[in-house]
Design a protein around this ligand. Structure first.
Ligand code: NAD
Ligand code: UFG
Length: 333
């Protein structure tokens, strides 16, 4: 297939582009580099031997995106482009609504104009709000998001549903990611935030690398076995493969479909710390601090639907992801 990948130089996008190219798909990336670097394209070529087309473009810029659509005949779009920092979205809600919603609306308008009928969307487990029960199933209630970032995901899922309902033959699939971690074992691709990381795994990697003195564990008084928060950490290579598999959902009957992408297993903050220590034979100093506002006790996926319908089976362990993340971190300046 020929696939437009928005946000394709980002963390999950770049790994997915590699997986798509390795499967023989043709890829065109559209990314404005607001949170990634152009040299990722060369790194993708070093891994796969194929250089994807690259456009430095804001997906919300209709004129420039029309040029992209007119220069290629796409079979599908995978839409990663978006801003994703939860805390920043609370500070700058309009920036998040403007960027994440406008880019999606522009994309859908152009898909309609150029008759590109299939879209995979990067949604998030955040759409489940505060879960009543775990593991989370796709049919569990969504809503009650606690920050503008999460609300953009919720709204976009609704927009996609309305869009495919109104336009016969169009198909949309929302992939609800749990907590993507790890890096490409080549050490060429990974996650390296410019500022102090908000997320647990990149934070631990910075501590491991001596750039930060210790990890602050956000609360040990949750109702979980060791009192720390539980999440479903999925290796980014498995997640990338999930996108390749999800392309087959375009041949299913449903116009709109949703899949959880995680591992189905929960890991606590302290368990992750210990796995990281074991995987890399080092110590991660940590201090228990207060809870972080907006955090929930436990979130992990029921992945039965993705397994049965797409053949999605994660292959990498959390320990593998810890090893790969550290290998990548050590390569950073
Ligand atoms: P990322 O920031 O590494 O990648 C996003 C890419 O989109 C970046 O390369 C950025 O430059 C680009 N971008 C942003 N706005 C754009 C615009 N208007 N036009 C063109 N390019 C634009 O993030 P990621 O972790 O790879 O996440 C990819 C997607 O998955 C995002 O939509 C994110 O919300 C979603 N997601 C991520 C996580 C996570 O924990 N990483 C969890 C759930 C969902
Ligand atoms: N944590 C710490 N210390 C830190 C960072 C995190 O103890 O320095 C804890 C959190 O309290 C939580 C766990 O580690 O229990 C994971 O936190 P992350 O910030 O790594 O991930 P979240 O589950 O909070 O959020 C992630 C993405 C969101 C997405 C959400 C649901 O960052 O974008 O998963 O998919 F919305």
């Amino acid at each position: 297939m020929k696939i437009l990948v928005t946000g394709g130089t980002g963390f999950i996008g770049s790994h997915t582009v590699v997986a798509l190219l390795e499967e023989g798909h043709e890829v065109v990336i559209a990314d404005n580099l607001v949170n990634s670097q152009r040299n990722v394209v060369t790194k993708i070529k070093r891994i796969t031997g194929v250089k994807p087309f690259f456009y430095k473009v804001d997906v919300a810029d209709k004129k420039s995106m029309r040029k992209v659509f007119s220069e290629h005949k796409f079979d599908a779009v995978i839409h990663f482009a978006g801003l994703k920092a939860v805390g920043e979205s609370v500070q700058k809600p309009l920036l998040y609504y403007r960027n994440n919603l406008d880019s999606t609306l522009t994309l859908l308008e152009l898909m309609k104009e150029f008759d590109v009928k299939n879209i995979l969307f990067s949604s998030s487990a955040t759409v489940y709000g505060t879960p009543e029960n775990v593991p989370l199933k796709e049919e569990d209630p969504i809503g009650g998001t606690t920050n503008p970032y999460g609300t953009t995901k919720l709204i976009i899922e609704q927009i996609l549903m309305d869009f495919v309902h109104a336009n016969e033959g169009f198909k949309a699939v929302s992939l609800r990611y749990f907590n993507p971690i790890g890096a490409h074992p080549s050490k060429l691709l990974g996650e390296s935030p410019n500022d102090i990381p908000n997320n647990l795994m990149p934070y631990i990697s910075r501590v491991a690398n001596g750039k930060l003195s210790h990890l602050n564990v956000f609360g040990d008084d949750y109702e979980t076995p060791d009192g720390t928060g539980i999440r479903d950490y999925v290796h980014v290579l498995d997640l990338a493969n999930g996108h390749v598999l999800a392309l087959k959902a375009f041949s299913f009957n449903h116009a709109y479909n949703v899949y959880n992408l995680g591992t189905g297993k929960g890991t606590s903050v302290l368990e992750l710390v210990h796995l990281y220590e074991k995987a890399n034979k080092l110590k991660i100093p940590y201090v228990i601090g207060p809870r972080r506002e907006g955090d929930i006790a436990a979130s992990y996926a029921d992945i039965t639907k993705a397994k049965n319908e797409l053949g999605f089976v994660p292959h990498y362990s959390v320990k593998d992801a810890c090893r790969h993340a550290y290998l990548f971190e050590k390569k950073q300046k």
